[in-house]
Design a binder for this molecule. Structure first.
Ligand SMILES: [Fe+2]
Ligand SMILES: [Fe+2]
Length: 265
């Protein structure tokens, strides 16, 4: 079994220290195998904000994978940096993190895609280069390993076609995204069969709240069984707001109303 913590939209520069501390305490309590962060680590890609983000990563109880979000690119009011070196601070500040990270431990393969575009602020889209990278990485995934893709912008914001179809065709089990600051869990069926689970996390610890409280997601994967727990800020601590359960039968994920599997403690 693997436990993945999915965080997004930390927005250092606009965080509340007690929420950050409680978030770290909750993560230490749940002891994930891996922490996946789907972008917007900073509010305005400032050096100090990246330093805060790096200090946060160093306090995590597990290895972390990170992709940039639109807020992590050089800001639009610095047009030259935005055009020619949009990710310079991301790379300089987080030297241990690649913008297209990959994790493969035999049970789970996780591929991060950089969905930001240097000349667009809000809309990111999957491009051919992403798909080439994805195919190459998934080709190395061992038989039976769960396939997880994470990116900042939910693929629904891609403009053409059924953006999830390619991911379903590549047997991706789980897509993790952020950007919209709203927790959402959904089963997405492919047009020609197959399915995947989409998990969007709220903003983990920033005051940039939209229609949801601060939160993150805990995904437990055990063979063909998946449990998605939505963790939410309750004012003093994070607690479990709700669970969603899925099981995979004949290659297709289905949502089940209650756990059909006992996950190891
Ligand atoms: Fe954000
Ligand atoms: Fe964003």
């Amino acid at each position: 079994m693997r436990v993945l913590a999915h965080l997004s939209d930390l927005h250092f520069g606009r965080t509340e220290a007690r929420v950050v501390d409680a978030l770290l305490a909750d993560l230490h309590r749940h002891r994930p195998d891996l922490v996946i962060i789907s972008g917007d680590l900073t509010q305005r890609a400032r050096t100090r904000q990246f330093a805060e983000a790096r200090a946060f990563l160093e306090r995590l109880p597990a290895p972390s994978l990170v992709v940039p979000g639109n807020h992590d690119l050089s800001p639009l009011y610095r047009p030259l940096a935005r055009i020619f070196r949009p990710r310079a601070k991301f790379h300089r500040s987080l030297p241990d993190h690649d913008e297209s990270p990959v994790w493969n431990d035999g049970e789970v393969t996780v591929v991060g895609l950089d969905s930001t575009r240097s000349l667009r602020w809000k809309s990111g889209a999957l491009k051919g280069t992403h798909l080439d990278h994805l195919e190459a990485m998934l080709a190395e995934s061992p038989d039976g390993a769960a396939k997880v893709v994470f990116l900042h912008h939910p693929p629904a914001s891609a403009r053409a076609g059924h953006p999830y179809e390619t991911l379903v065709e590549h047997d991706v089990d789980l897509v993790l995204a952020g950007h919209v600051h709203h927790a959402h869990v959904e089963l997405i069926n492919g047009v020609h069969g197959g399915s995947l689970v989409l998990v969007q996390a709220s903003t983990a610890c920033s005051t940039r709240l939209r229609e949801d409280a601060n939160g993150y997601c805990l995904v437990r994967l055990d063979g063909g069984h998946m449990e998605v727990g939505v963790q939410g800020w309750g004012g003093e601590a994070f607690h479990t707001v709700r669970h969603h359960w899925f099981e995979k039968r004949t290659g297709t994920w289905r949502m089940v109303p209650r756990p059909s599997h006992v996950f190891p403690p």
